[in-house]
Design a protein around this ligand. Sequence first.
Ligand code: GDD
Ligand code: MN
Length: 368
Amino acid sequence: MSSAAPTLPARLTVVVPCYNERANVAPLIARLEAALRGIAWEAVFVDDNSPDGTAAAVREIAAHDPRIRCLRRVGRRGLSSAVIEGALSSSAEFVAVIDGDMQHDETRLKPMLAKLAAGEGDIAIGSRYVEGGGAAGLAGGFRQRLSRLGIRFAQLFLPAPVSDPMSGFFMMRRQRFEEIAPRLAGSGFKILLDLLFNARPPLRVVEIPFEFRARAFGESKLDALVLTQFAGLLIDRVLHGAVPLRFIAFAGVGLVGVGANLASLAVGRALGLGFALAQAIATVIAMGVNFQLNNTLTYRDQRLRGRRLWRGLALFMLFCGIGAVADLGIARTLYEDHNSLTVAGAAGAIVAVVWNYAISATLVWRAR
Ligand code: GDD
Ligand code: MN
């Protein structure tokens, strides 16, 4: 047969988010091949332009295997959004998500498919915390405790109990995924939690035990930032999306800035500087700290680098400086009117954070 022979349309799309997983690509495909024999499947590797050449490794195999696709994204990072885009690129009846580092057990995919096809649930979740599952592969006691703590927290917000809502290994009907997709927050690591939170009506869950394996190659990408994004997802849930997450992050960073300001002021005073000079220096330091934190946390996806970074810093200082002066004026007026420092301070802070946020979103980190 010629190489242009049509292949069967896939019944199952396996979405594989990957970042710096080059060494895992070929072995994972070989395992999927063995585990999914008899099923028309395809795999979409969603790679965020990994410097190690993950995309090239996928394309090399895709060149002679039509079941393999590579979706390379540039200028962006994120496990959840990678999964969403990979799943939305599917036309199959079912979509599954599996990590690209072989920590998930691909032999569980067939049982998941069987359960869903039999109508036993809307989503099949690979669980480390039901009988027969295990989390031994989680690197270290700290990760183990963190995982359990996160699960306890997440349970508080779930419509129905799920033993492992932090799992990144699951399968569902593509149609159902498409319905929920527009409501997903899409930030951070926890796409499953995002799906469970936002499904209307709630998803009926079937859990399939699996043993979380240790990583063979490469390293984990879970870091402090990912944990912050997890907290953000929960806050968003509590607020029902009424306040944009970015604003919450921005305000949180602002609080850290206030701390930096007070600490610098105290140091300046201790060094014998006059109040006005010490406060001026402290303000500049606080703005620098705020800018840096916003650039790495709040606006991580639009992070400024190189010349754009310096331009952004200058704009940020200029406009937040204007904000600070206006804020002083407002605080003073209110103080004189009400003779209440609390009201004045709070009003000043609210005006300042809204002003700074508006400037930051439109001028400093404007979406390109
Ligand atoms: N495209 C893309 N972009 N992929 C990413 C990114 C990203 O920014 N960050 C991580 N990945 C990929 C990794 O390459 C890997 O294939 C998968 O997502 C999981 O990332 P790891 O860094 O290996 O995560 P982990 O092992 O710490 O976390 C695992 O356990 C969690 C539960 O404790 C994952 O399975 C999570 O999904 C799971 O929730
Ligand atoms: Mn992993």
